[in-house]
Design a protein around this ligand. Structure first.
Ligand SMILES: [Zn+2]
Length: 357
């Protein structure tokens, strides 16, 4: 009898612990705009890295990122992903190994891609341009922000200035710092300096800022406010590609890999996030390969621009490494996956099913 009671107590305590752990999980959802699966899995492209049309310092670029094998090339380009994430998480979308991740929207450009990722349902009827139209659909950020547990515990950061519309900042109440917006409200010293620097370091583009600003605004906010659901969208890769600047595209991808490592190292030494955070990383669309110049472009007329990839690591994510078995995942599954991790109900209007991580 005594033994049974003890056993029951242990079981109750165990259940409680599992429960507490689930509801405490934080999610950091990251995107690299228009970064191709080809570079993720095979590193620098042999047809582009020495090509004078797209590269102005081929020798320097090759020294940094050219190696004999695809495995070495990807490790040189993305050392955190292929050095640490591969060991602790899952990397989906290497089509050469029959692991496929695809968009379900048929537009293959940014707003429709982010709408699909953030709402879990493609909307080809309404989301057909990158215009700054407030999103009629509800994102997971908005859903979480409208629960007692999530209220005020959600934040979005983007390099592209369309995110306030994609997240529908006004209706959702989710704070979005995007484009050339500055940090506001009880600024710390770093945020004050970032605000100053953002004016003094001109971006190459009119609607997209350099990713270091997006990154550090996000990081400082996380230190101060401890959001439980964070969305960070890095944008440089897409814009350097449109510019036809393969050199900067690679350097930016390499830098973003280091920024993600920086986030991981912060969360692993912060009590609020340590060992209770899941990272999901993906992209809003692919780009072309054939003819060669289509690496710069995407959209429904570009072959292959609907092919994407997905990375997951962190709390309770099985370490499968690079997935090398046949599978078919879709970008519309990310929203449901995030809701499941956050222990939220999945509404029936969400088309994608949660992934088993
Ligand atoms: Zn683009």
């Amino acid at each position: 009898m005594k033994n049974n009671f003890l056993f029951l107590m242990i079981a109750v305590v165990a259940m409680f612990r599992v429960n507490a752990q689930n509801t405490d999980t934080k999610v950091i959802l990251i995107t690299l705009d228009g970064f191709r699966w080809q570079e993720l899995f095979t590193g620098a492209d042999s047809l582009l890295i020495g090509n004078n049309d797209y590269v102005h310092e081929a020798d320097l670029l090759k020294e940094a990122f050219w190696r004999d094998t695809p495995r070495e090339r990807r490790e040189a380009l993305l050392p955190f992903i292929w050095g640490q994430i591969e060991e602790m998480g899952q990397i989906h979308g290497n089509r050469k190994l029959e692991s496929k991740v695809d968009l379900t929207n048929s537009m293959w450009f940014s707003y429709p891609g982010y709408n699909e990722i953030l709402t879990g349902t493609a909307d080809d009827e309404n989301i057909r341009s990158n215009d700054k139209v407030p999103n009629p659909n509800t994102t997971i950020l908005e859903r979480y922000n409208s629960t007692p547990e999530g209220k005020g515990k959600v934040a979005a950061f983007g390099s592209w200035d369309v995110f306030p519309s994609i997240v529908n900042e006004e209706r959702s109440g989710v704070p979005v710092n995007a484009g050339f917006e500055k940090a506001t409200d009880n600024l710390n010293a770093k945020e004050e300096f970032l605000n100053e620097l953002q004016d003094q370091i001109p971006s190459p583009w009119g609607t997209v800022r350099l990713d270091a600003f997006t990154h550090h605004y996000a990081l400082e906010y996380m230190k101060k406010e401890h959001p439980k659901l964070v969305f960070i969208s890095y944008g440089e890769t897409d814009d350097f590609a449109h510019d036809g600047d393969y050199q900067s595209y690679l350097k930016s991808a390499h830098n973003t890999d280091a920024l993600i490592k920086d986030l991981w190292e912060f969360t692993q030494q912060n009590d609020f996030y340590k060992d209770q955070t899941v990272y999901l990383i993906t992209t809003d669309h692919g780009r072309g390969t054939e003819p060669l110049d289509t690496w710069r472009s995407h959209g429904s007329d570009i072959n292959g621009a609907g092919s994407v990839w997905m990375i997951a690591f962190g709390e309770n994510v099985q370490p499968k490494g690079e997935v090398d078995t046949e599978e078919q995942l879709y970008s519309n599954q990310i929203a449901a996956t995030v809701l499941k991790i956050l222990d939220m109900p999945i509404p029936k209007e969400i088309e994608g099913k949660p992934m088993k991580l």
